[in-house]
Design a protein around this ligand. Structure first.
Ligand code: ZN
Ligand code: ZN
Length: 340
């Protein structure tokens, strides 16, 4: 079969490899669509590492069950694959924090992923795609959708009537805007460096937008728009400056949620302002069982709209993904999704 094999920074090749043999309980899934994520680009630009090389990348997988493993699903069922596996028996799993499992493996990072004709995954990772939903839209639910859902609904515990700013309104942030809206947020502010992303956020339900330019004080703008600051600031960029902006957007007692992945050290408000205002900052990682299902149900019901996608065939995917990793602007934009 064909697989996109990652050999190290800048080295991604389409290769013929043996078909996967299922391990204990594993299912085999045939590719329908697999999204390319920001973290895949970080492997290619050398700022992040997979567990081993060569490895098949791809962790936003939609496909068709070829071999059911322990999933109990019939062969031919359309499914998505939850990216993070969990052991079920470590201390974190015992607390129900499966996304922090001490033995977690992410498909396409710690074991071979979905940018291939076939992939072997734990049968427990399969979630059926509701009728009427395309594999392209469903694939975005796994990572972008479920991570945003976990951040908005669980980590922020956003309540009706609260005010929100979403900083970074790409795939994840676009989902977050809609989830905040659906939760009954009183005001949703979207902030981004990209005017087109802000226009899309407005179409998805953002009430106000802040275009971030080099001299923009995001916090001050958000405080002006929301009568003194937001209850919840969600950060999906992973830059020190945008986490700082999230904190500076809060009203006293507000909470900032850092979702974006980055490596810059954070420099922000002095301790006196944290204690005097009881600001909170927490991280949010991945998703829990049930989150992916909730996003798929929202997509099927029309209460959520998937991000726009740009399709490339597996045959042509390596140069397209390498271009993305070096910042070559995507013609037409949208999330890159690989199909057979
Ligand atoms: Zn990802
Ligand atoms: Zn565990």
């Amino acid at each position: 079969m064909r697989a996109l094999r990652f050999h190290g920074p800048r080295r991604l090749d389409l290769e013929d490899v043996p078909e996967p043999t299922p391990g204990d309980g594993d299912a085999i899934v045939a590719l329908s669509a697999c999204g390319v994520c920001g973290s895949d680009l970080h492997f290619l630009d050398g700022t992040a590492r997979t567990r081993y090389v060569p490895i098949t990348l791809g962790h936003e997988i939609a496909g068709v069950v070829r071999h059911p493993g322990v999933s109990g699903l019939a062969a031919g069922t359309a499914v998505v694959v939850m990216a993070g596996t969990h052991c079920g028996s470590c201390r974190r799993c015992g607390e129900g924090r499966f996304n922090l499992c001490e033995l977690m493996e992410v498909i396409g990072i710690h074991r071979d992923g979905g940018l291939a004709d076939l992939v072997a995954v734990p049968g427990s990772a399969l979630v059926p795609i509701p009728a009427g939903l395309t594999p392209l839209d469903a694939a975005t639910a796994v990572d972008a959708g479920a991570t945003a859902y976990h951040a908005v609904i669980r980590s922020a515990a956003l309540a009706a009537g609260e005010t929100v700013v979403v900083i970074g309104v790409g795939g994840l942030g676009g989902y977050a805007v809609q989830m905040a809206r659906n939760q009954g947020a009183a005001v949703v502010v979207a902030a981004d460096v990209d005017a087109a992303a802000l226009a899309r956020a407005t179409a998805l339900g953002a009430d106000e937008t802040v275009l971030i330019e080099p001299d923009t004080s995001v916090g001050r703008r958000v405080k002006m728009l929301t009568d003194g600051g937001v209850d919840v600031a969600l950060e999906f960029v992973g830059r020190a400056a945008s986490v700082d902006a999230a904190i500076k957007s809060l009203r006293p007692g507000g909470r900032a949620i850092a979702v974006g992945v980055g490596v810059e050290p954070l420099v922000t408000l002095p301790p006196v302002l944290w204690s005097n205002n009881e600001y909170q900052l927490r991280g949010s990682y991945g998703s829990l069982p049930g989150d992916t299902e909730a996003v798929l149900a929202g997509l099927a019901a029309g209460s959520l709209i998937a991000p726009p996608t740009r399709v490339v065939a597996l045959q042509d995917a390596a140069p397209a993904i390498l271009d993305l990793s070096t910042g070559v602007p995507a013609s037409g934009g949208g999330r890159l999704v690989v199909t057979p």
